[in-house]
Design a protein around this ligand. Structure first.
Ligand code: C5P
Length: 237
């Protein structure tokens, strides 16, 4: 799959999401969309089906973390609306990630891309060490979890764009890095900490950037999306 900009649809209803997407109606390219827990729990699989029907590639960002059997069976259900990308927590173990991959694989052998969350970007090294009792440095933990994900047969990880280079170095150039924490150089960081620009994320090696408020809260979301595409993946335009 080509490099792309994934818009985080952090909306709480279908109506709000469709009102936002109406602004893209004149575009021949359908934006890649991320549906997270808020929208999925509010509107369910019907929402995914409708966005697929409208032609959008979908990243279903539900970050599964449970016993392997439950994750396998849940992934079987989630793969049916034909999503393109989904994820689990690497902390669920290699066995759980393998179960997720098996559950996602359709009878014809095809499956959506599957990636793992290593350490959430909201987790500081201090909290990880004091609350989770993981004594290592956070970068070491991230690389270890990424290697586990690769061993389980996953396609990549979600990480900060600033970590994409070291993940590629440890796991190979074709191991996907999907990176939130993207801001334009002339904009506010909001609550994000380890951020960079679309152009820099490209240089470091991200395969997909996940962009929320810089697009969804922009006065002209279509222009902001196009600016991300121009800076991050101009060859796809
Ligand atoms: O609005 P903003 O661009 O900060 O949105 C980033 C999106 O990526 C949000 O949906 C957020 O939940 C998600 N995300 C993140 N950091 C992670 C994992 C997911 O910001 N480590």
């Amino acid at each position: 799959m080509n490099k792309d900009v994934i818009i985080a649809c952090d909306f709480s209803s279908a109506a709000e999401t469709f009102a936002f997407l109406d602004r893209f109606a004149a575009e021949s390219r359908k934006p890649f969309l991320k549906i997270g827990m808020e929208l999925y729990y509010a509107e369910g699989p019907q929402m995914v089906r409708e966005l697929k029907r409208r032609g959008h590639p979908i990243f279903l960002d539900l970050k599964l973390h449970d016993i392997p059997n439950t994750v396998r069976k849940t992934m079987r259900v989630l793969s049916s609306p034909d999503i393109d990308l989904c994820n689990v927590h690497a902390a669920g173990t290699i066995e759980m990630m393998q179960a997720a991959r098996e559950g996602l694989t359709r009878p014809d052998g095809s499956r959506p891309l599957l990636i793992a969350v290593t350490q959430l970007t909201s987790t500081s090294q201090d909290r990880m060490q004091k609350e989770l009792l993981i004594g290592k440095a956070i970068d070491e933990t991230i690389i270890h979890y990424a290697r586990n994900a690769r061993e389980a047969g996953l396609d990549g990880v979600v990480c900060s764009p600033l970590e994409a280079g070291m993940v590629k170095e440890a796991c190979g150039a074709d191991f996907l890095t999907v990176t939130p924490g993207i801001r334009f150089a002339d904009a506010a960081a909001d609550d994000q900490v380890r951020i960079t620009t679309p152009a820099r994320a490209r240089e470091i090696g991200s395969d997909f950037i996940v962009v929320g408020r810089p697009i969804t809260a922009a006065a002209d979301p279509v222009a902001a999306w196009r600016r991300c595409l121009t800076d991050f993946c101009p060859e796809t335009l």
